[in-house]
Write a protein that binds this ligand. Structure first.
Ligand code: ADP
Length: 460
């Protein structure tokens, strides 16, 4: 059963239930009120009868003063032997009692009876003469008008309820159509995207972007964007890795050909070695990332003096920076953290070498190390071109290389893995890495690592 049908049925049953309950209450109240009014009339008539009626010597019930009774009310008097001893004109022809059973009651009783299919409400009251039970007076009221009124009321309530139920069902059917229509569109668009495998398509936003359906569309589109980016990254990675592998392999093969033709030369060996190094680095990076992402990265847990590591890396990087980039140390504090010395060194190398790689000649890369609260704070900032805002959320993803930076990168040798590796290493040290950058104003990476004062957990 479709959601639309279910919602409509639910709505109709709620409205129907309320209306039936409401109608029943109204009908019950009106019935009770009308009945109470009739009973009241019968009782008042009995009081009148008591006031003006006497039993004559011949044993008949006579009225000592004349009084005009309600024309809808009939009175009969019966003695204990079942003889009629008096009656109003309207029932003078009626030989049988208004209420046969009522003649045998010991106290006043109201009862509904039907005489020739005429509905009567009858009050039977036993009466005494000379202190002894003498007979029963029966006062009846014609209920035709009351029954008619109640029937009219029932008919009106039924018609109104039915109209209201049909109306509410129709309104609910139309309203749910409009409410669910956007969902239908979302489903169709999603199916089309699946059929055409076109991840660049997006589901058009509805006219109410902040309601539930609007949010669903937004979430779906966000997922599509993410999926598209992921697939694009994989595609680019395949192309990049293919390209990266082809160049060194071609160089190696060319060198071997040359060696075969003109004999071995030290220069050929060096070239082959450098290409093999590059291939080894790529494979190493890939293995490290795979291990880090699956939580299987083998890591030492020892006290590491980060300031000493920083100075070591600084000296190595000075060579890389040559005279083109000013590599400076800002403030440096003595800082101890827990972890794997080589891996932490790799984080520093990746961040500082990126600074040097992307900063144009004449620029500056500054490194500083300090403490804030329980954390070591390592900052690497450069005066380079900065990272475009649209690239910022992705730079820590595997194989992500900003298009502009890729072109600007001086050696073009990055695999787009450096920051990803740094991210995972820092994460495995219970730290975090942040980036702040503005195009044209440089980039600042900030690494936070928990400080240690004493021994590391798991240290031998
Ligand atoms: P790559 O091998 O391309 O350097 P990384 O993972 O180290 O890979 O960096 C990912 C991307 O982040 C780079 O392609 C570049 O676009 C951007 N990036 C990283 N560091 C910097 C920086 N200091 N200045 C400008 N862009 C940077």
């Amino acid at each position: 059963m479709s959601l639309r049908v279910r919602l409509t049925l639910l709505y109709v049953s709620i409205v129907g239930g309320i209306l039936i309950l409401f109608s029943a209450v109204i009908y019950g109240l009106v019935t009770l009120t009308l009945l109470a009014e009739v009973d009241d009339t019968l009782e008042r008539t009995w009081e009148d009868v008591q006031r003006i009626a006497r039993v004559s010597a011949s044993g008949r019930l006579e009225f000592v003063t004349s009084i005009s009774f309600n024309p809808n009310v009939f009175i009969q008097a019966w003695d204990r032997n079942g003889n009629r001893i008096g009656a109003t004109i309207s029932v003078s022809q009626l030989e049988r009692p208004l209420d046969e059973q009522g003649l045998h009651e010991s106290g006043p009783v109201f009862r509904d009876v039907f005489i020739d299919s005429v509905h009567l409400r009858v009050l039977s009251v036993p009466f005494l003469v000379g202190g002894r039970p003498f007979g029963t007076v029966q006062i009846g009221a014609n209920m035709t008008v009351v029954d008619g009124t109640l029937q009219d009321l029932l008919r009106t309530l039924t018609i109104v309820s039915l109209v209201a139920i049909v109306l509410s069902g129709t309104i609910s059917w139309i309203a749910t159509y409009h409410a669910l229509r956007p969902l239908d569109l979302v489903t169709q668009a999603a199916l089309q995207i699946t059929e055409t495998i076109d991840l660049s398509r997006r589901i058009p936003q509805t006219s109410h972007p902040n309601d539930e359906v609007g949010q669903l569309v937004r979430a779906f589109n966000l997922n599509l964007s993410r999926l598209e980016r992921l697939i694009e990254t994989q595609r680019r990675f395949m192309a990049d890795v293919g390209h990266e592998l082809r160049t060194p392999l071609t160089v190696i093969k060319g060198n071997i050909d040359l060696m075969r033709r003109i004999g071995a030369d030290e220069e050929f060996f060096q070239s082959i070695e450098s290409e093999v190094d590059r291939l080894t680095r790529l494979v190493g990076d890939l293995i490290l990332l795979a291990q880090a992402e699956t939580g299987k990265l083998p890591m030492d847990s020892q006290v590491v003096d980060l300031d000493t590591v920083l100075l070591e890396v600084f000296r190595q990087m000075k060579v890389l920076a040559k005279d083109q980039i000013r590599l400076k140390i800002g403030e440096i504090d003595q800082v101890l953290v827990c972890g794997d010395r080589d891996r932490l060194k790799q984080v520093l190398v990746n961040l500082i070498s990126n600074g040097i790689k992307y900063t144009p000649p004449g620029g500056q890369v500054t490194v500083s190390l300090g403490k804030k609260g329980n954390y070591a704070r390592l900052v690497v900032s450069d005066t380079g071109p900065g990272i475009p805002e649209e690239d910022l959320p992705y730079i820590f993803e595997r194989f992500y290389r900003g298009e502009k930076s890729r072109m600007r990168s001086k050696d073009g040798k990055g695999f787009g893995l450096g920051l990803s590796i740094a991210y995972w290493i820092v994460r495995h040290h219970q730290g975090r890495i942040e980036v702040a950058s503005k195009e044209g104003e440089g980039t600042t990476f900030c690494v936070w690592l928990p400080l240690v004062d004493g021994e590391c957990e798991g240290e031998e």
